[in-house]
Design a binder for this molecule. Sequence first.
Ligand SMILES: NC(=O)c1ccc[n+]([C@@H]2O[C@H](COP(=O)([O-])OP(=O)(O)OC[C@H]3O[C@@H](n4cnc5c(N)ncnc54)[C@H](OP(=O)(O)O)[C@@H]3O)[C@@H](O)[C@H]2O)c1
Length: 288
Amino acid sequence: MPSYLVTGAEGQLGKCFKKVANEFPIHKLIFASKNKVDITRPKTLKIFFDDHPLDGIINCAAYTQVDQAEESPEKAYQINVDGIKNLIAFAEEKTLSIVNFSTDYIFDGTSKSNYSEDHTPNPLNIYGKTKYKAEILLKNAKCINTTFRVSWMFSPFGSNFVKTALNNINKKRNLCVVDDQKGRLTYGIDLARVVLSNIDQNHFFDYDCYNYALMGETTWFDLAKKIKLIKKSNCEIIPCSSKQYFTRALRPKNSILDTSRIETHLSLKILDWTSALDDCLNRIEGKI
Ligand SMILES: NC(=O)c1ccc[n+]([C@@H]2O[C@H](COP(=O)([O-])OP(=O)(O)OC[C@H]3O[C@@H](n4cnc5c(N)ncnc54)[C@H](OP(=O)(O)O)[C@@H]3O)[C@@H](O)[C@H]2O)c1
């Protein structure tokens, strides 16, 4: 049975992998939080490996505080770039595969068409720069690997827009939400299932990068409106521009990922974002 280390196990995506792990008894998944395996400390990888022989690493460890990264770029580089260098060196030495996750924030959002894997990146913020550097490192690595470039992730775990909006919609009379950024949502539970259903296929690692996101583009404003509708809330959702809603890090205005490569290569039928949202809200409320 192939054995995979899931790093960053206490993060949003790590918890999604944990949630669906029992649906995939054909893999042995070993979950490690930062306390056990710190990707910036190679020694912790070695100690872990001595106890748990592995076939691959699913790396959910990352520095993901997009605005904070503008103030602490060293920290973001240390985890997202140096951490990946450590994982690559380790995987090359032990002949392991790596699945990593990247972001739509490697793009500047000025394209008139959707972003394919071959589009030239031009990150607007430090977080995007670190994630793009990691992509390049992996592209040049000798271990087999692939990167899932995902956008606007949500799930029942960690902090994400859906959970924050739900909380605010329940509490507030009105809510200003940015309406001038377009993108595609990614559901962490669905992403984990896609990785685990395909990781053992021979052709999974044929490409060094796949875009992955749910079907249907949206804006944060439309997403908040949809949550309000489902929750039958009276909270007024007010559109605002990115300029009005100041954030330290710039974000792309259009980061719609083109997912045709993964749909064709892995014969995937990707879920619609509204059904994934229903599933997520039901899980948050303990209905499933
Ligand atoms: N969330 C999104 O909207 C989004 C969008 C596009 C792409 N992605 C990518 O998807 C992946 C997963 O994101 P996520 O939302 O699950 O992030 P997350 O919730 O912030 O989880 C990241 C986890 O990594 C851990 N970590 C940090 N430094 C570490 C280190 N040195 N060694 C080991 N673990 C470390 C964190 O622990 P602490 O919290 O204790 O530091 C946290 O548990 C990331 O690669 C991210 O860039 C996310």
